[in-house]
Write a protein that binds this ligand. Structure first.
Ligand code: UDX
Length: 438
């Protein structure tokens, strides 16, 4: 059985490498030949723990081909579409890439007599498969869905920095489509590959919506704890982590995604929230709760700025160190990172910014160039600083001690992740979610 994966970002490349490691014959296709060349030479264009190793093994085994040649889908029995659906300025998703790939795939489906299954993994708003994808494929292939090929919605739930583990051990498989022989084949394929993983079979629209429901629920859960953490800050002695532990033990709530911080970021949650809000409004529903989540998430950074102004007075000319620019630890991804948003606002206030991040300095430089200073060592990043703000919980920051902080001009820390909450440090210390010590 030959399987093509179209679009080699986090999702596509992780899937290609994992399936190939399970001895499937995989063709990874991406429109960008330079990117393909890099992947063939095991230079991955982003940092994802474990991906390099598994990719190396799969390429050595010769059951993974990486190419920009879409005609290779001709001989495939399955095609996974994992191209990006980025965000337009109005919050809608941009379908240009998926439309283009479906047009090309459609043309080569004309010559494919294997009756392949086309799995849509890209995140698309409900109705997109029915109204956009199927018509493009049918027009360009001259074949009918559920006859010459079968389209199935198969949303992906992997998290960056955990992509390989999530691809190997998904919590569920969602298959959206009609009850046809294609659906039966898909079910057999997934149940063999992931025994004991629940398979949810539903129609296209519901499968598409599950992805948005998933991400908007996660965003809401994070925002809930962030809102409570803001309240806790004004309750002397209170501690948001104890509260999170307390409610997290209730099985109806669950302990994950209750880690209060500067707000959610990344390439998915903010984008999917905006797309869902935009979509709801377009079908006549005002999503009051989702709007409130979005607003609360935006306000998190303003709260940090207000605290800074309260403690430092004007920010103009003040030297501020940002520890962590990646949107979360163990990635170099800074897309929609709260840290980047904070730096932009601080620059508007004419603050002088120095940043440290173990992996994301390269990407951060692409945004700010010479406007800020970049340091590879924490101690250098803190030199002459008047305030350090811990934005991302990299394990490196657990090691912060008086020695590393010695060169700060004003020993003042805002800890958005409560990394140093239990330390005895000679600093003025404020943490998101901790009330004043009593
Ligand atoms: C998310 C979803 O989790 C995943 O299922 C989907 O496929 C893609 O989007 P990802 O973007 O990799 O994954 O990041 P995630 O781990 O969910 O974190 C998102 C943001 O929320 C980060 O900024 C993170 O710091 C923040 N977060 C997460 C918190 O502030 N607290 C938490 O408890 C969890």
């Amino acid at each position: 059985m030959k399987i093509a994966i179209v679009g080699l970002g986090f999702v596509g490349l992780s899937l290609a490498a994992v399936l190939a490691s399970k001895n499937k014959s995989i063709i990874g296709i991406d429109i960008d030949e330079k990117k393909c060349e890099k992947i063939r030479n095991i230079t991955i264009p982003f940092y994802e723990p474990g991906l390099e190793n598994i990719l190396k093994t799969s390429l050595k085994k010769n059951n993974l081909i990486i190419s920009n040649d879409f005609s290779l889908v001709k001989n495939c029995d399955m095609v996974f579409v994992t191209v990006g659906t980025p965000q337009k300025s109005n919050g809608q998703i941009e379908l240009a890439m998926i439309k283009k790939s479906m047009t090309t795939i459609g043309k080569f489906l004309k010559k494919n007599n294997n009756k392949p299954i086309i799995f849509i993994k890209s995140t698309v708003i409900p109705g997109t498969i029915q109204n956009v994808i199927i018509p493009i494929l049918e027009k360009n292939s001259g074949k009918k869905n559920n006859n010459g090929f079968g389209i199935i919605s198969n949303p992906e739930f992997l998290q960056e920095s955990n992509a390989i583990h999530n691809t190997k051990f998904p919590h569920a498989i969602v298959l959206g489509g009609e009850d046809t022989k294609f659906m039966k084949r898909a079910e057999t394929f997934f149940s063999k590959m992931y025994s004991n993983v629940p398979i949810i079979k539903t129609n296209y629209q519901s499968a598409e919506m599950i992805k948005y429901a998933n991400n908007s629920f996660l965003a809401t859960k994070i925002t809930f704890i962030n809102q409570l953490s803001n309240i806790c800050q004004n309750i002397p002695g209170s501690n948001i982590d104890d509260i999170a532990r307390g409610i997290g033990l209730d099985p109806r709530i669950g302990k994950l995604f209750l880690n209060a911080g500067p707000g959610y970021g990344g390439s998915c949650l903010p984008k999917d929230m905006k797309a869902l809000i935009n979509f709801s409004e377009s079908i006549g529903i005002t999503p009051t709760l989702l709007n409130a989540v979005e607003k609360t998430n935006r306000d998190q950074i303003n709260n940090i700025i207000s605290l800074l102004k309260k403690k430092l007075g004007t920010l103009s000319g003040k030297k501020i160190t940002i520890l962590g620019t990646a949107f979360k630890p163990n990635t170099d991804d800074i897309r929609d990172s709260k840290s980047i948003e904070l730096i932009k606002k601080l620059l508007k206030n004419n603050a002088k910014i120095t940043v440290h991040d173990p992996k994301a300095l390269g990407n951060t430089k692409k945004i700010f160039n010479q406007k800020i200073r970049y340091e590879n060592l924490i101690v250098d990043a803190l030199e002459t600083s008047q305030c350090a703000i811990i934005m991302t919980h990299w394990s490196e920051y657990d090691k912060l001690n008086n020695k590393l902080l010695r060169k700060m001009k004003k020993k003042f820390i805002i800890d958005c992740r409560r990394v140093l909450a239990d330390r005895k440090l000679d600093v003025q210390y404020y943490a998101i979610g901790l009330g004043k010590k009593i």
